[in-house]
Ligand binder design. Sequence first.
Ligand code: ZN
Length: 131
Amino acid sequence: MTSSVLPGGRCPCFSGDSYPECCNRYHRGDALAPTAEQLMRSRYSAFAVGDATYLLETWHPRTRPESLELDAGVVWTRLVIERTNAGGPFDHEGLVEFTAHYRGDGGRGRQHETSRFERVDRVWYYVDGVD
Ligand SMILES: [Zn+2]
């Protein structure tokens, strides 16, 4: 599998931080994403590095699929967070609107989504998203 860590070892989520100090902390299970936006970033990075287990673990049990096949032909190239609503350390729900850019067999594309997140026992989960 191709690694999607950015040049200089920077995190795929475009935070500018190194991958081990950014989303990889959450992928490894060393820390919990404190906000809905951080969970969103770490899930995007999980798509970028092909970590389906993390994607399933951070999916709300109510909406989680049985399994997840990542499309190996898609390379995620950039994440732009457009807007966030709530989703802070003291909230129970949050929204994150983003555009994710990718390169696939059919050329370049982008996915725009507003994702809903819920926090259960201090852990943020992805619930679902609309275009
Ligand atoms: Zn990151």
